[in-house]
Design a protein around this ligand. Structure first.
Ligand SMILES: NC(=O)c1ccc[n+]([C@@H]2O[C@H](COP(=O)([O-])OP(=O)(O)OC[C@H]3O[C@@H](n4cnc5c(N)ncnc54)[C@H](O)[C@@H]3O)[C@@H](O)[C@H]2O)c1
Length: 368
């Protein structure tokens, strides 16, 4: 049975590992968190992502380790890297976690047979070429293969993607990675194959387009609200135009979460770095904040201090446990700090995070 290694078993990596195991590969997962590795091997990992716990329980060819040597000495020809690339203060990404893995691979020396490193983490354009320079001479190929998934449906989104993006340095390697996805995908996605840097730009530009679409919809909604028109009906009508489409085109909270805001900002940063002023992505960011202020004024007009204001979830997306860049949480916090009585309905997992982060700030109702 062919072995595939997955380095980084976080939100995205664990889903990829489980999906790949189910299509007939033996999967060796590596993560620096010994606790996570142990929970995975004991099949006790808890996740809010649908199907993760179920797939883990039924997996028979998935082993996790926190010892990188086990990956280096394994027969795995394909090595996916799915480790964090947090944003830096200048809005570019910190590639240290990938760099550490590349250093280990390089230190292990030239491979007797070709191995394929596939970077899934979100990186800045140009980064994969630098990895190619380090590992290329050691008989490794480099592929960039970011995923377009939404939190709360990662496993399904990996099985039914619209497109599979493969940044490659040679067609043979691209074919190998495409073959894995041909087994994994239960639909018939478009395989978009291109150079490494083109794929890196595609990943950021896609999220930049989506944030712009969301920000536009919210701006139209705000304008409609100001004159007592009908935001939902207006956006529904505009979205019916097949050139526009109704996905990500509803009136609601601004975009947030672990991907959209940072990818949009990173795209602006990248453009600036090459002396191109990307007005669009910058304005999208400004519009998202403007909308947050607008919504706050609307909520303040509708509510009075003393009467409870109920939030039916404060995560950036209902059903997840992610508070990062949540516009809902920002609003709840701002109102609470101004003296409004905020009642939050959330899962136990989210409430315990909130209690630690903001003691005595909110009233809670458990919402399972
Ligand atoms: N989660 C998503 O929806 C999503 C979507 C698109 C892209 N991405 C990108 O995928 C990457 C991973 O995201 P995530 O959400 O899975 O992150 P995460 O924080 O949930 O998980 C990362 C995992 O990597 C492990 N790790 C950290 N450093 C490591 C190292 N040096 N070696 C091995 N393991 C290490 C951590 O212990 C953790 O388990 C990021 O670049 C992110 O931007 C994530």
């Amino acid at each position: 049975m062919e072995k595939i290694a997955i380095m980084g078993l976080g939100r995205l990596g664990i889903c990829l590992a489980l999906n790949i195991e189910r299509i007939g590969y033996s999967v060796l997962g590596f993560d620096i968190s010994e606790d996570r590795v142990s929970l995975i091997n004991q099949k006790k990992l808890q996740s809010t992502e649908p199907l993760v716990e179920e797939f883990l329980l039924s997996a028979t060819n998935f082993l996790a380790t926190s010892n990188i040597k086990e990956v280096l000495t394994s027969s795995a020809e394909i090595i996916f890297i799915v480790v964090p690339t947090p944003s830096l203060p200048d809005n570019s990404f910190n590639h240290d976690a990938i760099d550490r893995i590349i250093k280990e691979l390089a230190a292990y020396g030239k491979q007797p047979s070709t191995k394929h490193v596939v970077i899934n983490s979100t990186v800045m354009p140009g980064y994969c070429d630098s990895v190619k320079n380090t590992l290329g001479e050691l008989n490794y190929t480099i592929t960039y293969n970011p995923e377009f998934i939404a939190q709360g449906s990662i496993i399904k989104d990996q099985q039914f993607p619209d497109q599979v993006l493969i940044g490659e340095t040679n067609p043979d390697t691209g074919n190998k990675i495409e073959a894995v996805y041909k087994k994994l995908c239960k639909n018939n996605p478009r395989y978009c194959r291109m150079s490494l840097v083109s794929a890196e730009i595609t990943k950021l530009a896609t999220n930049c387009f989506l944030t712009t679409k969301i920000a536009f919809a919210n701006a139209v909604g705000d304008i409609a609200t100001k004159v007592n028109a009908e935001p939902d009906k207006i956006l529904n009508a505009i979205g019916s135009d097949s050139r526009i489409g109704e996905k990500y085109f509803k009136y609601g909270f601004g975009y947030g979460g672990p991907c959209f805001p940072r990818d949009n900002k990173a795209f602006t940063h990248f453009a600036n770095n090459i002396n191109y002023q990307m007005h669009l992505s910058h304005s999208t960011d400004v519009a998202n904040m403007q909308h947050a202020d607008f919504i706050e004024d609307v909520w303040k007009d509708k509510n009075s201090i003393g009467a409870p204001i109920i939030f039916d979830s404060v995560t950036y997306k209902k059903g997840t446990d992610i508070l990062e860049e949540s516009q809902q949480l920002k609003l709840a916090l701002s109102l609470a700090r101004q003296g409004y009585k905020i009642v939050i309905k959330e899962s136990k997992m989210v409430i315990s995070q909130l209690e630690k982060l903001y003691p005595n700030m909110f009233i809670y109702e458990i919402n399972e």
